[in-house]
Write a protein that binds this ligand. Structure first.
Ligand SMILES: [Zn+2]
Length: 457
């Protein structure tokens, strides 16, 4: 039902049609023939039944003739939240999937990431990944960049220019590797402080820095300690990787014999907070999951990457049972697709695979996976006060989905109810079906792109 409180700002957009989202109570809440109003601050001012049109138009001061009507094959859903993506690895996405994590890092990843000291190269890759993800409905992305501060700032600028909500991390790593793609400890600390200050000074409304130790094997204890202190002082988000692959888990145990488990290492250095998101967690014990729950830290489930690098299989049901916040991530380029639709499909595949192995396993439903990709992701990034669903007061981050676009991937043979339309879109749809994308009330797709980016096509 609509909230008839006095509006804070004038209404700029009103839509009428089907809205599908998740709430605290329900993985799937479908509002048919509903009205949603967006104010000039980009926030959802009201959501109500279309029978309330006259009253709403009087209360909120808009003309019924300004209402945009969706067709019967269209619906709005919340923007997708990618809780883990390496923007810098986008250049080789779709290739280099033939070896396990640690060898993959030194063979493919570090050589490519080294190139990002070249700002022109960085500009090209970052503009492409921001555009590609937006086009595929990622309204919020939690990005890893590289160790290079200026290129990482550039990623923040590009996300801001295109209107994507983003957490951007300058990667920290001071452990030596054979390719010399690393920093000294003081360099990593000082550059992290510079990155945070310069990005915050730019006052981008939707782009914030995130403290980003690559993972414990890439960082010395001194650096981990200092990054924990920086995150605490600045009250910023933290992102890293945990328990992704068997060989990695074994090495971590050897390097940190005084810590009782992998999660305890991050905890010891103040890196597990209610603003922490850790990718993977395939091999976390129940004790470690309880620590996540206690600290409020979250997990990013990246099924494409876990399968592509033969890393492991996360039992999402067990994570949810422990009441750990969980979102989905593409983990480009360990995951080969930058589309969150792919992440949703792979999450379902992995869950079904677990059921094949153990018929007692309770398979995730498509409704639950829809929730993980939207509201769940916003919770995992502690941004659920701003985005994730269509609650009044949140920013309007939304996808306008049309199942019957000309030349599109979906054939609608018969009239379908909204739930069926959503399921078809999740399993068969692609960016052609995402006809408009809004972030904080601003239409960001189709692009009205700044001329500086035209050369990147
Ligand atoms: Zn990753």
């Amino acid at each position: 039902m609509a909230n008839f409180d006095k509006p804070n700002a004038a209404i700029k957009l009103v839509f009428r049609g089907t809205f599908i989202h998740s709430t605290q109570k329900s993985a799937l809440d479908i509002l048919e023939d509903a009205l949603l109003g967006v104010d000039t601050a980009g926030k959802i001012a009201f959501i109500g039944n279309s029978q309330e049109l006259e009253k709403l138009s009087q209360t909120f001061g808009f003309s019924p003739s300004d209402v945009t009507q969706l067709t019967q094959h269209e619906f709005f859903m919340p923007g997708l939240v990618d809780t883990h993506i390496h923007a810098s690895q986008y250049s080789y996405a779709g290739t280099a999937l033939d070896m396990p994590l640690l060898q993959w890092l030194t063979t493919y990843t570090f050589p490519v990431e080294s190139h990002f000291k070249d700002l022109e190269f960085a500009h090209r890759v970052y503009a492409q990944v921001v555009k590609r993800t937006l086009r595929n409905g990622t309204t919020t992305a939690c990005y890893f960049a590289t160790i290079h501060t200026d290129a990482s700032l550039l990623l923040g600028q590009i996300a801001n220019d295109f209107g994507q909500r983003a957490l951007v991390g300058k990667v920290c790593m001071d452990s030596k590797n054979s390719l010399n793609y690393c920093e000294t400890t003081p360099e990593s600390q000082n550059e992290t402080r510079r990155f945070i200050k310069e990005l915050l000074d730019r006052k981008y409304p939707l782009v914030k820095p995130v403290v980003t130790p690559r993972f414990v094997l890439s960082c010395t204890k001194d650096l981990l300690g200092e990054l924990g202190t920086i995150a605490k002082k600045t009250n910023l988000h933290i992102q890293s990787h945990i328990s992704e692959n068997v060989e990695e888990v074994k090495l971590v145990k050897q390097h940190f014999p005084d810590c009782k488990n992998y999660a305890d290492i991050y905890h010891k250095y103040n890196l597990l907070t209610d603003k922490t998101v850790m990718a993977h967690g395939c091999y976390l014990s129940d004790e470690e999951l309880s620590l996540f729950r206690e600290t409020g830290a979250s997990l990013s489930h990246c099924p494409n990457s876990n399968i592509s690098l033969c890393s492991g299989v996360l039992n999402v049901r067990n994570v949810l049972k422990h009441k750990v916040k969980l979102g989905l991530g593409t983990d480009v380029a360990g995951g080969y697709s930058a589309s969150m639709l792919d992440a949703m499909r792979r999450a379902l595949d992995v869950s079904k695979f677990l059921t094949i192995q153990n018929p007692e396993h309770s398979t995730l439903t498509f409704e639950e996976v829809f929730r993980l990709a939207t509201l769940g992701g916003s919770e995992a990034l502690s941004l659920d006060d701003q985005t994730g669903n269509f609650e009044v007061g949140k920013d309007f981050d939304a996808l306008r989905v049309n199942l019957t676009v000309p030349g599109g991937p979906i054939d609608l043979i018969q009239k379908s109810e909204p739930k069926i339309q959503l399921e078809k879109f999740m399993n068969l749809g692609d960016d052609r079906n995402i006809v408009e994308v809004f972030v904080a009330g601003r239409k960001v797709v189709p692009f009205t792109e700044p001329t500086a980016y035209n050369c990147t096509e």
